[in-house]
Design a protein around this ligand. Structure first.
Ligand SMILES: Cc1ncc(COP(=O)(O)O)c(C=O)c1O
Length: 331
């Protein structure tokens, strides 16, 4: 059943949004681990299995209202899936360029959504470069996976929604960072509901930690390659706006290793009976690897009565993958 209770205003109409209103539950198991009330915002229940549809759906709707004729993008991950879904819902054509390295099942999923899929180049960077060229040459609208104000605006609904559901301000928000679109969207939402003073724990995995490195250096850093299992966090360079959030928000950037992310996915499956992907495992490692407690002990976080954890996605995971991690990391 599709929920269209979320709406965004255009100039003179209200357009139903493409994402669902997701549940925001108190997790008994996570609360037992943390010792305080721990709420989960279940973005893994979105139509394409991740929060991405919030921002990309909003971007595409707005672009269509402004006369876009065709979309082009180059993501084979959750952003690409959300883009293909949004295009189908909006009756818009979309071209998605995937590199040769992309597994064939990704192309199959995107084609099933009605997207035109072209294989181009050896890496996502090459495919992305070409998709930008095509946008310019043919006048298509390019969809950026994380670095666009409309994407952030769409993601902000995650927090405005949670504020209504929780009816109180949490003492900490826990999320993960890839290129930073989710984090920026969260802070946009925090501004709207008066939560600017809530600290945000921003999790990454080693080998996909361009944000943490940028914060340490005080400037954007481009990783040579993504070596983590959390491919979804695999932006080589974070969005500049994400780096600048430090001025106005208390962002605590923390890096865990792949083993901790994989362990968190397995623990969460045992605790909540939900399969989530490695990026979400990075978020949940804040709890299962006691990151929050360590931040408190280190004086970086104060007393906490409640936390809001963003369960960002559960599409890019399978039982086989969890089993592989179990063996690979001796879990
Ligand atoms: C499930 C999931 N979580 C987190 C992220 C990171 O989001 P962002 O790149 O906006 O920081 C992504 C990015 O694709 C994702 O798919």
């Amino acid at each position: 059943m599709e929920s269209h209770s979320n709406q965004h205003k255009t100039e003179d109409t209200k357009v139903p949004s493409l994402h669902y209103v997701t549940p925001c539950f108190l997790s008994e198991a996570l609360s037992r681990s943390t010792g305080f009330q721990t709420y989960m915002k279940l973005e893994n229940l979105q139509p394409c299995g991740s929060f991405k549809i919030r921002g990309i759906g909003y971007f595409c709707q707005k672009a269509k209202e402004n006369g876009a004729k065709k979309f082009v993008c180059s993501s084979g991950g959750n952003a690409g899936m959300a883009a293909a879904y949004a295009a189908r819902k909006l009756n818009m054509p979309i071209l998605i360029l995937l590199p040769k390295t992309s597994p064939s099942f990704v192309a199959d999923i995107l084609k099933r959504e009605g997207a035109e899929v072209e294989i181009f180049g050896e890496s996502f960077d090459e495919a992305n470069f070409r998709s930008l060229e095509i946008a310019k040459e043919k006048g298509f609208t390019h969809i950026h996976a994380f670095d666009h104000p409309d994407v952030w605006e769409g993601h902000s609904s995650l927090i405005t929604e949670a504020a209504e559901q929780l009816n109180k301000k949490p003492d900490v928000i826990v999320t993960c960072v890839g290129g930073g679109g989710l984090l920026i969207g969260i802070t946009e939402g925090m501004k709207k509901v008066g939560w600017e003073d809530v600290p945000v724990v921003a999790m990454e995995t080693k080998g996909a930690d361009c944000y943490n490195k940028a914060i340490e250096k005080g400037q954007l850093v481009t990783l040579p390659a993504i070596t983590s299992i959390a491919k979804c966090l695999g932006a080589l360079t974070a969005a500049k706006t994400a780096l600048e959030l430090y001025k106005d928000f208390k962002i605590l950037s923390v890096v865990v290793d792949d083993k901790e992310a994989a362990n968190a996915c397995l623990q969460f499956l045992a605790d909540e009976r939900m399969m989530v992907e490695a990026s979400c495992g990075a978020t949940l490692a804040a709890i299962y690897s006691n990151v929050i407690r360590k931040l408190q002990e280190g004086g970086k976080l104060g007393g906490i009565r409640s936390a809001l954890v963003i369960v960002c996605g559960g599409k890019l995971v399978t039982l086989d993958l969890l089993q592989t991690w179990k063996e690979q990391f001796s879990l």
